[in-house]
Write a protein that binds this ligand. Structure first.
Ligand SMILES: Cc1cc2nc3c(=O)[nH]c(=O)nc-3n(C[C@H](O)[C@H](O)[C@H](O)COP(=O)(O)O)c2cc1C
Ligand SMILES: Nc1ncnc2c1ncn2[C@@H]1O[C@H](COP(=O)(O)OP(=O)(O)OP(=O)(O)O)[C@@H](O)[C@H]1O
Length: 316
């Protein structure tokens, strides 16, 4: 999959494609349906498929303090889009200039002049352009005049409710991982590289892999039953995601995972942590001894859970 960063990096050879536009945070089943349709149309027309995304996402630009936590970092979104068979991603900087483009200017500059779009696939609720004035009807009219077709993808629902990134966030916030999995079409995971921690965890008796989050906000906090696949084998464990109030960290969110009975060096590796069940909220303990007792209880709960229950399909 090819990544084009910014409109100014589009070249004449990039013109001619089928495209879709949106945040695609989490690449959930609604997104997957659009991407599937996009792939079909690309094959029919013999042109590449292109997904137009924004960095930052529009809500992060307009309201950086209240925008919701992302389900996936950009790097993971790109991987999920590549896995869905997307040929090209055009990542546009969402800035003062872009947010002021009218719907007509957006179509002319980006879709027609930039991408030479032949077909556009969007959700029926898709809105774009300054003040979100552009909608499906607007696009269809523009397409008739400028020579591209537009299709509204069928809404994908689960139990009568439209699937959205917001619904996935809600499911995570209420620790309903089975719902999150049904909305996403895969277990919810956070990926990152293992860094060196404060080496306190060893003293606490439970070595942990400290995973770099590289994000301001995370969509879940607390102590969870989790699992990680390493070299084709799934290791169950416990994960803590939070600010570690007992040891007074730097205030930023950390993800740490202790894998049951795992012995090995994970430093520098990229791990995908899958979340399955919430054990408790993160707490501030009065002493390291009290924290140690709590973590031991978490580990015991995890052991009982994984022993007592047949491993789920996703946990080979
Ligand atoms: C299962 C688990 C539960 C944890 N729960 C808490 C908690 O409730 N409160 C807290 O301050 N830190 C909690 N932690 C984080 C510990 O403070 C952290 O592992 C310890 O500071 C070691 O950090 P280090 O890996 O950087 O050495 C938890 C860690 C694990 C693995
Ligand atoms: N359940 C769905 N069924 C069909 N199309 C969808 C569905 N969800 C999103 N889309 C479409 O996918 C494209 C990208 O959607 P986008 O990520 O911007 O919104 P979203 O998933 O609804 O997220 P949010 O909850 O943040 O609004 C848009 O064209 C949108 O209309």
């Amino acid at each position: 999959m090819q990544l084009v960063l910014g409109l100014h990096n589009l070249r004449p050879q990039h013109r001619g494609c089928v495209a879709t536009i949106g945040n695609f945070d989490g690449v959930h089943r609604g997104h997957q349906a659009i991407l599937g349709r996009l792939r079909e149309r690309a094959l029919e027309l013999g042109v590449p498929s292109c997904v137009v995304i924004f960095e930052p996402q529009p809500r992060e630009f307009f309201a950086p303090d209240t925008a919701p936590a992302r389900l996936a970092r950009l790097r993971d979104k790109l991987q999920l889009l590549a896995d869905a068979g997307v040929d090209r991603v055009l990542c546009l900087a969402f800035n003062q200039r872009l947010c002021k483009l009218s719907a007509a200017e957006f179509v002319d500059t980006i879709l027609v002049d930039g991408l030479g779009v032949q077909h556009l696939e969007v959700g029926d609720d898709f809105r774009f352009g300054c003040d979100r004035v552009g909608d499906f009807d607007f696009l269809q009219q523009a397409g008739q005049m400028q020579g591209f077709t537009v299709e509204a993808a069928q809404t994908v629902e689960l139990d009568g409710v439209r699937i959205s990134s917001t619904k996935v966030r809600d499911a995570l916030a209420s620790a309903d991982f089975s719902l999150a999995e049904r909305l996403l079409g895969r277990p919810f995971q956070i990926a990152g590289r293992v860094l060196h921690g404060q080496k306190l965890a060893r003293q606490l008796g439970t070595p942990t892999a400290n995973i770099q989050l590289k994000r301001r906000r995370v969509p879940l906090t607390g102590v969870y039953l989790a699992s990680v696949e390493i070299d084709g084998k799934t290791w169950p464990g416990v994960a803590n995601i939070g600010v570690r109030p007992t040891v007074a960290g730097d205030g930023s969110a950390h993800l740490e995972v202790h894998l049951l009975d795992f012995a090995g060096d994970l430093y520098g590796r990229r791990l995908n942590v899958a979340f399955h069940h919430k054990l408790r909220d993160e707490q501030r303990f009065a002493s390291l001894e009290a924290l140690k007792t709590a973590i031991n209880a978490d580990v015991a709960a995890a052991r009982a859970f994984w022993l007592g229950q047949p491993l789920k399909k996703s946990l080979k």
